[in-house]
Ligand binder design. Structure first.
Ligand code: 26V
Length: 826
């Protein structure tokens, strides 16, 4: 702060405009006088990049000099969103840049709006990784990320007039990406297929030769910390053919054959798989996983070797975090390197491996637990399959020793699942190959220990298994300061604390609590929420052409479309509300507060039921938004192409957000935290991090409904073996389903497969939770009528969100898992 006061802002602005114009003329080779917004964005980005580069180089230099223990975060997904605004805020240069570009005739908002999201992720897991990088840098921790440089990120979602989701490619790199530094000097050869032969010389060694070799080339992305010089690195790998193309084939006139190999190499990093929570066993996905883990490990090992320590000290200098099971091949790969290349005995190698890796589980849903067919593994990675068999043999021998004669247990715990084909259970491999295992919220971590990894807890002891509750993305900076700047200023002035302080210690927000009794403060708080709602309405008006009633309550559910997240419950609730309003007298309607319901989210392209849910939402919206009886009291919108940038507009505008998964299915959720931090209230089930949010803010400030986790198994059993007709069990729901079936929203037969998931089996228990859901919605309505009390709840919610900062989460990993320390970058 003191340093800030000494800064000569005028000089800074002048140097910014100079650097901007310089980049326009030299880097972009354009004339300043006819520059468009896109050009201005590129020039501004390049200029900001120059600032980041200085810090990034300094950080790398100090890490090399001091050689502290470092942590590496391996994630197949990094959902970074936009960079420019975040970089400006972290550097403390936002005002100066706004001023500078204004002098040159541009508006900073227009410039920021030119940037495309880096959308290299599906949802929570990918955004969490991005947040953790931001927090690592902000906390001055020596952490690098490793991922893939997909040419195409998550698909763009289009919604047809009939309500079908259509997918289009996301060519995010088409306009050049100023935030990446190609490192053509950093590359590794990665092998696939070929033959593995054991040496048979009494050592565990083998050779692996032949097959296909491709090149992994590094691209570096700078990760600036908030108000610190620390600027860490995210290294993304691109695949390239080892040689351009095959000249022999070319000369023989076989032109297609000549480029085949190069095409297949380039294909590896061409596209992010758009599934989450469903496995499918595709060879290309396995290739991605090996390509990325092998390149990352080679890079980490090379860096370690520069320190000049014996290989047995590897775990003293390196911690590697596995973000879900996707990078689990790193375990047999490190074994391969240690045994075949470093000539270490098996037990030494295993000792090193099991002290290096840490595994985070992000779901207990059985369909999301990765398993790879043994024949595919044997074909693509023959040496790794040998190593996995060896790990399994030794492991099962030790299980047998502890539980003699327990054949069932051996079958349950084997890394290889019997069947046709046999499959490798990646979660088990990740578990036994790691120093520690954690889940992402208290309830979820308990479920990991008592369900999918129960046998492993019994075998290895409970202390290996822990919990690190996600720090949502609350990189508070992006979610509070960047997307809700007015709220951020109000907090600073009320607490009389500079935002540089509270943005890095979110527990300070608790000091807002006394201001719930301050009427003037409440008024301002409410006015800011109102302006955020207007900002969203403006965005929707300009992008989609809809006019939204900003006097209504804004009710938001935005997340990947999935049966377990129960968007279907929400839309059926909307229909119930619509039918209720249709039956009301004019006098009754006068007492109703208007509501606008927003949905956004993508469905995996092959997820038929999820796509039908979108179609139903769109068609219900079409009918009810036009119905003169109800349209003033109920509006419904499906906003296409959900993204980090759209979330930044939606989240600050929400009065209430919905997190309504069947109990025990949502590992944590992270947007729940973002909404609450921004003063939106939560309507949810007793699941994931909702539970801990309620513990923090107090149950009277959240709206809970539905059955609890322990009841779920029994209820499912009832559905399967003693089904009760819905008409009997839940008449209100039956009525809604029947109206849809009867064609009230068109397409009479189209929705039957969706409705049948509820009528038959009802795996996600909509019929069990519907009545209490409707009751909870009514409580929300009731509470909203008392605006004073509502605003108090909103303030209390924000005030108590300190726990959910990703700074807190990353510090837990650093201290209790990785054993790394902050490094001050001078
Ligand atoms: C699984 C699979 C299976 C193979 C195909 C591709 C694919 C891609 C992603 C996944 C991961 C599913 C796990 C996941 O995303 N979990 C979410 O993690 C969030 C961060 O911890 C958490 O907040 C969400 O509750 C949880 O669903």
């Amino acid at each position: 702060v003191w340093k800030d006061a000494m800064r000569d802002v005028d000089t800074e602005v002048t140097s910014i405009t100079k650097s901007f114009v310089n980049h326009v003329q030299t880097s972009l080779a354009r004339q300043p006088y006819n520059l468009d917004n896109l050009g201005a964005y590129q020039a501004a980005a390049l200029s900001v990049r120059d600032n980041l580069l200085v810090n990034w180089n300094e950080t790398a230099l100090q890490y090399t000099r001091k050689a502290p223990k470092r942590a590496y975060y391996l994630s197949l997904e990094f959902l970074m969103g936009r960079t420019l605004d975040n970089a400006l805020l972290n550097l403390g240069l936002k005002d100066q840049y706004s001023e500078g570009v204004k002098k040159l005739g541009f508006s900073v908002e227009d410039i920021l709006d030119q940037e495309r999201d880096a959308a290299l992720g599906n949802g929570g897991l990918g955004r969490l990784a991005a947040c953790y990088l931001d927090s690592s840098a902000s906390q001055e921790l020596p952490v690098w990320g490793y991922g893939l440089r997909y040419k195409y990120g998550i698909f763009q979602q289009l919604i047809s007039p009939a309500g079908d989701q259509l997918e289009a490619p996301d060519p995010w790199l088409d306009n050049q990406n100023p935030w990446e530094l190609p490192r053509l000097d950093v590359s590794y050869e990665i092998r696939f297929y070929g033959q593995a032969e054991r040496l048979g010389d009494g050592t565990p060694r083998a050779t692996w030769s032949g097959g296909q070799e491709v090149l992994a080339v590094a691209y570096d992305v700078m990760i600036p910390g908030c108000y610190t010089k620390t600027t860490n690195n995210l290294r993304l790998w691109e695949s390239k053919p080892k040689r351009g193309f095959d000249l022999n084939s070319f000369n023989a006139g076989n032109y297609e054959g000549a480029v085949e190999a190069s095409n297949s190499a380039a294909a590896i990093t061409s596209v992010l798989y758009p599934n989450d929570h469903t496995t499918f066993g595709k060879e290309l996905r396995l290739k991605q996983q090996y390509f990325w883990t092998a390149a990352s490990l080679a890079d980490i090992l090379r860096r370690f070797k520069n320190i000049g320590k014996p290989i047995t000290e590897f775990p003293d200098y390196v911690a590697i975090q596995l973000n879900d099971t996707h990078p689990t091949l790193a375990i047999p790969e490190l074994m391969r390197i240690l045994i075949d290349e470093e000539d270490q005995p098996w037990s030494t190698a295993w000792q090193i491996v099991t002290n290096t890796f840490f595994y985070t589980n992000h779901t207990v849903l059985p369909e999301a637990l990765e398993k790879w067919p043994v024949p595919l593994m044997e074909h693509l990675l023959p040496r790794h399959m040998q190593i996995i068999y060896d790990i399994n043999l030794l492991f099962l021998q030790s299980v047998e020793k502890k539980f003699p004669g327990d054949r069932d247990r051996l079958g349950r715990m084997s890394l290889i699942e019997e069947g046709f084909p046999k499959q490798v259970r990646m979660a088990y491999l990740a578990c036994i190959g790691s120093r520690k295992v954690n889940g992402v919220a208290e309830l979820h971590s308990d479920l990991v220990k008592t369900t999918i990894l129960k046998d492993f807890v019994e075998f290895e002891g409970i202390s290996k298994f822990g919990n690190v509750t996600n720090g949502s993305e609350l990189t508070p900076r992006r979610w509070l300061d960047q997307c809700n700047p007015e709220l951020s200023s109000l907090i600073s002035s009320t607490l009389k604390v500079d935002k540089a302080v509270w943005l890095k210690d979110l527990t300070r927000l608790e000091a807002l609590l006394p201001f719930t009794e301050d009427e003037a403060f409440r008024k301002e708080w409410a006015a800011i929420k109102q302006r955020n709602k207007e900002r969203l309405a403006h965005h929707v008006q300009t992008t989609l052409g809809f006019t939204i009633n900003t006097n209504a309550m804004f009710d938001v559910q935005i997340k990947r479309l999935h049966e377990y997240k129960r968007q279907t419950l929400n839309i059926l609730g909307v229909i119930h509300r619509y039918l209720t309003l249709k039956n009301m007298s004019a006098a009754e309607k006068k007492k109703v507060n208007p509501r606008v319901v927003f949905f956004a989210g993508k469905a995996a392209p092959a997820y038929y039921i999820a796509k039908l849910t979108i179609r139903l939402i769109v068609n219900v919206a079409r009918i009810i938004n036009e119905d003169p009886d109800t349209k003033d009291l109920l509006q419904l919108y499906f906003l296409p192409d959900y993204s980090v940038s759209l979330a930044e507009v939606l989240i600050p505008a929400s009065d209430i957000s919905q997190h309504i998964s069947t109990a025990g299915t949502e590992a944590s959720g992270t947007s729940n935290m973002k909404f609450c931090l921004n003063g939106g209230l939560l309507l949810g089930t007793v699941d994931g991090a909702n539970i801990e949010i309620a513990e923090e803010v107090g149950e009277s400030n959240v709206f809970f409904f539905g059955h609890l986790t322990p009841a779920v198994e029994d209820l499912r059993y009832q559905h399967t073996y003693h089904p009760t007709p819905i008409e009997e069990k839940c008449p209100a729901l039956a009525n809604v389903l029947n109206q849809v079936s009867a064609g009230l929203f068109g397409d009479a037969h189209v929705y039957e497969p969706l409705l049948n998931t509820i009528r038959q089996g009802d795996h996600y228990l909509l019929s069990d939770d519907f009545d209490s859901y409707i009751a909870a919605l009514a409580m929300v309505d009731e509470a909203y009528l008392d605006q004073t009390e509502w605003v108090k709840k909103s303030i209390r919610t924000t005030a108590k969100m300190g726990k959910f900062s990703s700074d807190r989460a990353i510090n837990e990993y650093a201290e209790s898992y990785w054993n790394i320390e902050a490094q001050k970058i001078a």
